[in-house]
Design a protein around this ligand. Structure first.
Ligand SMILES: O=C(NCCCCCn1ccnc1)c1cc(-c2ccc(F)cc2)cc(O)c1O
Ligand SMILES: [Mg+2]
Length: 217
């Protein structure tokens, strides 16, 4: 075939979604994943919870770890206020390239910055190189064993403030046991578990964890 699943998804979006319309891009991506090929997007149910968090929190600075094709980046950014922005990190160059195209198709390139680097390296430079003071929202959706490494690094860099929200995908499938134990055992967070369907699979259950930072600034 010569093309990757992600490239086929992008082609479908370019052919079927309305340029500059984030809602159309998301709806079309969900349709592609339900009718053509499955993909590891946060999808409708997890996306609805993400929408709720963004609408209530009205974050100014958001960080996403694990862009993939940009589905959740578009989902977050479409609800951000004019001056707010999302930094999303994707270590895989092929995913990052597709994500940049999806972000452009949605017309959100002024709100979303896709960085094709290792998450730890970027987290260490957020204050100095990326002009970040505090993170209002963090979405964890990259390699599951990295959630705990990176949340500890984010704390070490003092990037969270009272009320910051850390939202983690896949805490059941594939699972992030070390992260769950850490975040639920920490006095600095108030965590809530949501039982949700695994993306595009109505007969499989996954879980997402919303943790509000209440620790010292
Ligand atoms: O591994 C996932 N995501 C990370 C992808 C690579 C991130 C690379 N990166 C980015 C930044 N730093 C590193 C993931 C997997 C699945 C899944 C579950 C069951 C199954 F049978 C197949 C797949 C479902 C998801 O929702 C996921 O998010
Ligand atoms: Mg995921």
């Amino acid at each position: 075939k010569g093309t990757t699943r992600e490239q086929r998804a992008l082609k479908y979006l370019k052919e079927h979604a309305r340029q500059g319309d984030p809602d159309s891009v998301l709806e079309t991506f969900d349709e592609f994943c339900r009718t053509q090929e499955w993909a590891m997007n946060a999808a409708e149910e997890k996306g609805d919870i993400l929408d709720e968090i963004v609408r209530e929190l009205q974050p100014t600075t958001c960080l996403e770890l694990g862009t993939y094709c940009g589905y959740s980046a578009v989902r977050i950014a479409r609800n951000l206020s004019p001056s707010a922005r999302l930094i999303t990190i994707e270590v895989n160059p092929d995913y990052a390239a597709v994500a940049r195209e999806v972000v452009k198709l949605a017309g959100l390139q002024d709100k979303i910055e896709v960085i094709n680097l290792d998450s730890a390296d970027v987290i260490r430079e957020l204050k100095t190189k990326y002009d970040v003071t505090k993170l209002d929202l963090v979405f964890l959706d990259h390699w599951k064993y990295l959630y705990i490494r990176d949340i500890k690094l984010i704390e070490e860099e003092k990037l969270l403030k009272k009320g910051s929200v850390v939202f983690a995908d896949n805490v059941i499938i594939p699972g992030a046991p070390g992260y769950l134990e850490y975040i639920r055992g920490s006095k600095n967070y108030k965590s809530t578990f949501y039982s949700v369907h695994f993306e595009y699979m109505d007969d499989m259950k996954d879980g997402v964890e919303k943790s509000v930072y209440i620790g010292d600034e």
